[in-house]
Write a protein that binds this ligand. Sequence first.
Ligand code: C5P
Length: 421
Amino acid sequence: MSATTGKNILIGVTGGIAAYKVVEVASRLKKSGANVRVVMTKNATEFISPKTFREITGNPVAVKMFAEKEHVAHITLADFADLVLIAPATANFLAKAAHGIADDLLSTTILATTAPKIFCPSMNTNMLENPATQENLNILKSRGIKIIDSASGLLACGVTGKGRLPEPVEICKFVENFFAEQNSRQPEKPVEVSAGFGEVLTIEEKLPLAGKKIIVTAGGTMEPIDPVRYICNRSTGKMGFEIAKAAKNHGAEVLLISGNSTQTPPENLHFQKVESAEEMRRAVLAEYEVCDAVIMSAAVSDYRVKNVAAQKIKKSDETLTLELVKNPDILKELGKLKEKQILIGFAAETENLLEYAERKLREKNLDMIVANDVAAEGAGFAVNTNIASFIHRDGKREDLPKMSKSELAEQIVRRLEEKFF
Ligand code: C5P
């Protein structure tokens, strides 16, 4: 595992020719397990398309301060970041950052975030050596901003000198070292958690969910028709697997119970594969008493076949009628049995989303429901992004922008944490 795994890195790309090199930086950081988001200045988009970064990171790329869909985007981005990396950082950007000028989305976000910052200046040698730029760099350094020194070599302007953006691998190494050092400053003493979910796992004690046992359900249930056929749905399990990973990264002991899914089970958590809703119900109930929270993201089939055929049904008549009976509503049952447990459910709808979600929150006795319109573009099954609203027990609602499922998982787990403390 890399020191950047699970970290939220905000990359700011400003308008220098070296912007193209930052695609590789974003790609490497993403591959190392970081959640990467990119903000570009308008000038940066002259060098490289936001689409390239969007494809690489799996997240929308922000450019405009007042984009219609993003409500106070600079605050959302500022809060997201564990680290802000500016590459390339132009002379103009350095000047603005040094003097607190906030006239576009990136410079405003920089002012709004308390996250640590790493800047990678890149420009023509004379611009870099200009006393104005040097003074600005000194101001930034004196405020604790880390500066990765520019490299020397042939510059885009044809001059040979200092001002090149260091190679992506060097930048990523710097970021990795930064997080490694940060992690080592907060020693995370491994503790063994008591049994309850089966074998004993090693958990990091200092993390916010240390000592908490959390059940996450994922995927679609498979309701048998006969020994070879079943009824299922379009769920891939991605959302639930991301939630399980996020909860584990926050220190929880996680039991992931999954129906049909396309995902690989993450490491260092308890994993149980189930098929039908009834099997999932039994698996959840078996551990419910010892757990502290359940996040039910599984797409549980509402109905099952009444009489499952013992042998493969042969093709005969023109039509075949299957009688379906209602499945148990697992979450509703958990809501009734609830003692200390925090319950989070999902409402995947194609119409009247918020109304249905609020009703489910009440009927199932939940602490929070994640409502998502599965028919919306960029949301729902088999895509990497989701658009959701959180509705809390006290009626508070939060509408989240479109984001990757891993980022949404992170947000869900953070809300869960708030409910514990
Ligand atoms: O009522 P609806 O099926 O839309 O509720 C969705 C929520 O309830 C999800 O969190 C889902 O995992 C859960 N659920 C359940 N048992 C069912 C159906 C849904 O636990 N039979």
